[in-house]
Design a protein around this ligand. Structure first.
Ligand SMILES: Nc1ncnc2c1ncn2[C@@H]1O[C@H](COP(=O)(O)OP(=O)(O)OP(=O)(O)O)[C@@H](O)[C@H]1O
Ligand SMILES: [Mg+2]
Length: 222
């Protein structure tokens, strides 16, 4: 597996958006170098951690994503969720960078979105994002406060911006990432929607809105 390089990024992330873009590129490059079997093992381990969580136990409707590149793959977690009788939804890309969450069951066919990412067919039933219980969120980087660096389109920020006004309640946003995607600190903008927790192959870390991360003992790596 690739060595952890993200912790060397402090200098970059203190700059404005150009720094975010550089950090994004570096993290993506580091992830590209992960071995395929390491990604598969990490995805299985993350599924076990997620399945043991209270957030998963309490969720009936779960949204996730189709992994591309070396993203941590939610597929093993979704197979388990389906077996546990939970409803699964996947994002479809709409104009104006909107996301529509469409019902999907393991084995259902997918078509290619305008971004080249597989998504459910247009006829699949959809759900309002606010009706989801748990969203497994893709990301490029995360920090110890639950700040997220996404793929750069603002899709998740736009479609879950209503959580910024609520801070609590449905859905719970769970970042899903390799542990090597953690950064010391990610500068945020007012539109960035923070994560409630992050699941990696090493465990789960919960974040408390408005509190420093030290307020709760870290669960990752313990
Ligand atoms: N709620 C919003 N309303 C309007 N524009 C937004 C909103 N959220 C983000 N944007 C725009 O989207 C662009 C990308 O945002 P950002 O850099 O935070 O993406 P990201 O979080 O990395 O991407 P994603 O959420 O798709 O993974 C920003 O330039 C911002 O102007
Ligand atoms: Mg953002």
């Amino acid at each position: 597996m690739t060595a952890v390089t993200a912790h060397a990024e402090d200098a970059l992330i203190s700059r404005p958006d150009s720094g975010r873009n550089q950090l994004r590129a570096r993290l993506r490059n580091a992830r590209t170098r992960l071995a395929v079997d390491a990604v598969a093992r990490a995805s299985d381990a993350a599924a076990n951690h997620l399945a043991a969580s209270a957030e998963y136990a309490g969720a009936r409707r779960i949204a996730a994503y189709v992994a591309v590149g070396n993203e941590l793959d939610p597929a093993p977690a979704l197979a388990r969720a389906h077996a546990d009788g939970k409803e699964i939804y996947l994002p479809c890309i709409l104009p104006q960078r909107k996301l529509r969450f469409a019902r999907w069951r393991p084995g259902d066919s997918l078509r290619e979105s305008r971004l080249g990412i597989p998504e459910p067919a247009a006829a699949a039933a959809t759900i309002d994002p606010g009706e989801l219980d748990l969203v497994i969120v893709p990301l490029v980087g995360f920090d110890k406060s639950g700040n997220r660096l996404g793929n750069g389109g603002g899709y998740y920020d736009r479609n879950f911006g209503f959580l910024l006004r609520r801070r609590q309640g449905k859905p719970v946003l769970a970042g899903y990432a390799h542990a090597m995607q953690e950064c010391p600190r990610i500068e945020t903008n007012e539109w960035d929607v923070p994560l409630a927790l992050v699941v990696t192959e090493t465990g789960i870390r919960h974040f408390v809105p408005g509190n420093p991360p030290a307020a709760r003992p870290p669960e990752i790596g313990t």
